[in-house]
Structures are given as structure tokens and as C-alpha cells.
Design a binder for this molecule. Structure first.
Ligand code: ADP
Ligand code: MG
Length: 237
């Protein structure tokens, strides 16, 4: 417990919530503590990631423990990996049971970047990771394609939901990434429809953001119940 507090202090990790799991000392703990399969550690090494960033140290154990996560850390601090690695670990392997994870990113650029990172991190595991493109939206048998993880902008996923092109009732993980930007760009209605469409009662929702405006706090309060809040302080504050 004392060791956890010291590690958090060292990395400027601020938490609130009950029973917050210990932060990661290193990536190797993904296998020693959480029985990660070796492909993930190999892929992390291949990407040149030696040490987890502060947000990764705390958010990964939170999500792996099955807790909702409300995370705030500056731009460039590695938030993508902080939600991708626990999702890949929890999904374990590819399946044909429908979409099990949805990641909503504010822009097409961010959505395609996130898809690329997810594919690199999941390499060798056969996961079906799909970016919701215009072409994909138009294709007739979109809903029959195997897809474990779907990455989309709010407009595209909102449109697909409206047109009843997507079955999101089996989604186990929903990530709202760059939540502050989702609001800035005015995607409240779309976010609402995604949250409603992901109707699995045991869904794990998480929210990642670079800043914490009232709109984001409010969304966190409405869609999450027993979330762990993880805030990474800037170096000089
Ligand atoms: P954020 O979403 O917080 O703005 P990103 O997830 O886009 O940040 O990550 C920023 C950069 O840091 C990316 O190029 C990513 O590949 C890299 N990165 C992520 N995690 C690590 C790590 N543990 N070690 C080194 N680089 C990392
Ligand atoms: Mg990001």
C-alpha cells in the first residue's frame, strides 16, 4: 500500500475511488500479475515501449480489474495504449460473436491512428480490428463481417446506429477517447446514441480526456457509476 502511494507520487498519479488497484511497476507485470499472453509483451517491445507512462501505470490495472475508468492526462502521454492493452487482454482472442469493443474518437485522423496502433499491439492474435470508413458503412454485409474491435468517429457510428446497420448489444468495452474534443466538436447527440445502443448490462465504459471541462465531468457522472478517476498532474503543477 505504501509502495503504491510512493509509485503514484513519483509519477504524479492522482486517484479517487474505492479499492484502486496497484499501479504497474513495469510492463512485465502484465504477465506476472494479470496473466497476459506473451504476444502483447512482444508487440510492446517491438514498438520500443520500455516503461509504461504514468497514465498507463494506473489506468491499465483499473480496466483489467473490471472497473470503469475516468482518466485525464495531457496530450501525448500515451492514453491510447492505456485503453487498448487492457481491451486486447480482456478479449483474449478473436471471435465471431459480434462487436465486443467500441472506441469512439473525435476525428477521422485520430480514429485511423488508433486503429493502426491497435493492429500493431494485437499483431499475431488474429483479432478483427475495423475502422468505420465510408466504404464500410456502405457495404451491404457490414453487419456480418467478423469484428472484435470497432473504431469510429461519432458521426459515422451515429449514422450506422440510426440506419440499424450495427448490433452493439454485445459490446463489453466502450471507450470515449479525447472526450473533451468530442464535446468541443458538438457530438453530444451521437455519444448519447452510442451509449444507448451498447445495451449489454455488464459493459465497461471508460472515458479518456486531456482536460476536464464541466461537460466531461458531467458525462462521467451520467454514464459511469463506480468509476476510478485517474488524473495525471503536469510536471510543474
Ligand atoms: P495521447 O492520447 O495521450 O495524446 P498517444 O496515445 O497518442 O497520446 O501517445 C503519444 C505517443 O507516445 C505515441 O506515438 C505512442 O506511440 C507513444 N507511446 C505510448 N506509450 C508509450 C510508452 N509506454 N513508451 C514510449 N512511447 C509510448
Ligand atoms: Mg489520444
Amino acid at each position: 500500500i505504501e509502495r503504491d502511494a510512493l509509485l503514484r507520487k513519483k509519477h504524479n498519479i492522482h486517484i479517487s475511488g474505492s479499492n484502486v488497484p496497484s499501479p504497474l511497476q513495469n510492463f512485465a507485470e502484465l504477465s506476472s500479475r494479470y496473466e497476459s499472453e506473451s504476444y502483447l509483451l512482444c508487440n510492446l517491445a517491438e514498438l520500443g515501449f520500455k516503461e509504461p507512462t504514468p497514465i498507463q501505470r494506473q489506468a491499465i490495472p483499473v480496466l483489467l480489474s473490471g472497473r470503469e475508468c475516468f482518466a485525464c492526462a495531457p496530450t501525448g502521454s500515451g492514453k491510447t495504449l492505456a485503453f487498448l492493452s487492457p481491451i486486447l487482454m480482456k478479449l483474449k482472442r478473436a471471435s465471431k460473436d459480434g462487436i465486443r469493443a467500441v472506441i469512439v474518437c473525435p476525428t477521422r485522423e485520430l480514429a485511423s491512428q488508433t486503429t493502426r496502433e491497435c493492429k500493431k499491439l494485437g499483431k499475431g492474435r488474429g483479432f478483427n480490428i475495423k475502422l468505420m470508413t465510408k466504404e464500410l458503412l456502405k457495404s451491404a454485409d457490414f453487419s456480418k463481417m467478423p469484428c472484435d474491435i470497432l473504431v469510429s468517429t461519432p458521426l459515422r457510428i451515429g449514422f450506422a446506429i440510426r440506419k440499424k446497420k450495427l448490433d452493439l448489444t454485445r459490446v463489453e468495452f466502450l471507450v470515449l477517447d479525447e472526450a473533451d474534443k468530442l464535446f468541443e466538436l458538438g457530438f453530444v447527440k451521437q455519444i448519447d446514441s452510442v451509449v444507448k445502443a451498447c445495451s449489454n448490462p455488464s459493459i465497461l465504459r471508460s472515458l479518456f480526456s486531456a482536460t476536464l471541462p464541466d461537460t466531461v465531468e458531467e458525462l462521467a457522472r451520467t454514464i459511469m457509476h463506480d468509476a476510478v478517476r485517474v488524473i495525471i498532474g503536469r510536471k510543474n503543477s
